[in-house]
Design a protein around this ligand. Structure first.
Ligand SMILES: Cc1cc2nc3c(=O)[nH]c(=O)nc-3n(C[C@H](O)[C@H](O)[C@H](O)COP(=O)(O)OP(=O)(O)OC[C@H]3O[C@@H](n4cnc5c(N)ncnc54)[C@H](O)[C@@H]3O)c2cc1C
Length: 325
């Protein structure tokens, strides 16, 4: 691949290994992470290391091997990690470490340049509040980011605002203790199967500290793919029933009735980076005035570690700007 070029993951893999590998392997994997389709997702944005190694290696196999060699994964350490006590503790810990003034429930509605500073309009339209700040880091999804940037950085707003998102719903099902499941931590489902369930995690197997012989067996199903939002336009009860039925069919046998179940919808939760995304992000950042930075999954990738790195890079940029004032 030419240096700096981009291509849809599906296009690259299909040209080397054929449609079956895309449909049965790559699509389910990308569906699991992005709820997206391999033919629409950018190689450079979703697999940056492979995009880099593909510039110098002559075969896709060589590029994959070279990308794997660059991986920082420690052999023997599990791929997955969780925060003890639940992910929400990460937010609390970050907030405490920041020692910052944090205002919740006050969406920013407007950002206005005010001399060398920024004037923010916050909160509900009938009762607006204002705040004047030295610098701004926008870490919000693409659509609100574009709305807020439209007057202060129109080119950046245009570059960011076109990003599409996929919606998903997560269904949790608690089955009676001892319910047999395949010896897996879960599975991914190729789009061609036509099911609403696109992935399942056998929670109590993936996270054994949550399980035990007396504990319910918990399965989490992920429903919905990019471009199929209307399939989620059903009641919670209907989605729970579909998930329960499909999980049984996919796992190889009817499941017993759930002892408890719950659903969490993530409307527009997962960005769909089309080929050229990283160029658009670079153009957006170049079009930002000093003292205004952008960060987060709309720009630099999904996944909490990437989002943390993106936020830290934005904070560094803004700190350098403030120190130079
Ligand atoms: C179902 C699902 C499962 C996932 N699983 C994993 C996983 O297992 N591991 C992993 O690493 N990642 C996972 N991710 C991805 C990860 O959660 C996200 O990529 C990451 O949280 C994005 O962080 P962010 O700060 O960029 O954006 P967000 O978390 O979307 O935060 C943006 C914030 O901006 C706020 N906001 C919007 N507009 C305004 C405004 N005008 N003013 C003020 N605030 C505003 C929003 O309310 C929101 O709180 C998952 C995502 C989903 C949807």
């Amino acid at each position: 691949m030419a240096p700096g070029a981009d291509i849809a993951v599906g296009e690259l893999v299909r040209s080397r290994y054929g449609a079956d590998v895309v449909d049965r392997l790559v699509d389910p994997m990308l569906g699991g992470v992005y709820a997206g389709r391999a033919d629409q997702l950018s190689l450079r944005a979703t697999m940056p290391q492979l995009a880099r190694t593909a510039e110098t290696e002559h075969t896709l196999r060589g590029a994959v091997r070279a990308a794997q060699a660059l991986s920082k994964r420690v052999p023997g350490r599990p791929i997955f990690a969780a925060v003890g006590g639940g992910m929400s503790r990460l937010i609390g810990a970050a907030a405490t470490a920041a020692r910052a003034r944090i205002s919740l429930g006050l969406p920013v509605r407007e950002i206005v340049r005010s001399g060398s500073r920024w004037h923010l309009v916050l909160g509900p339209a009938p009762e607006p509040q204002t705040d004047d700040v030295d610098a701004v880091i926008l870490a919000v999804p693409a659509k609100p980011a574009a709305r807020l940037l439209i007057d202060v950085a129109p080119a950046a707003a245009a570059a960011i605002g076109g990003l599409e998102y996929a919606s998903v719903a997560l269904v949790g099902i608690a089955l009676p203790p001892g319910t047999p499941l395949p010896e897996l931590s879960g599975f991914l489902v190729p789009p061609g199967e036509g099911t609403l369930v696109k992935a399942a995690t056998f929670f109590t197997r993936k996270w054994p500290h949550l399980g035990g012989p007396e504990a319910p067996v918990i399965v989490r199903a992920s429903l919905g793919r990019a471009g199929e939002e209307e399939r989620l336009h059903l009641s919670d009860q209907a989605l729970l029933e579909i998930a329960h039925k499909e999980l049984g069919e996919l796992a190889g046998g009817e499941l017993p009735p759930a002892v408890a179940s719950w659903i969490q919808r993530w409307g527009g939760g997962l960005p769909q980076y089309a080929p050229g995304h990283t160029d658009r992000v670079r153009a957006a950042r170049e079009a930002l005035p000093p003292g205004l930075a952008v960060a987060g999954a709309a720009l630099d990738g999904v996944g909490i570690p990437v989002c943390v790195a993106s936020g830290e890079a934005a904070a560094d940029d803004v700190s350098k700007y403030l120190e130079a004032l």
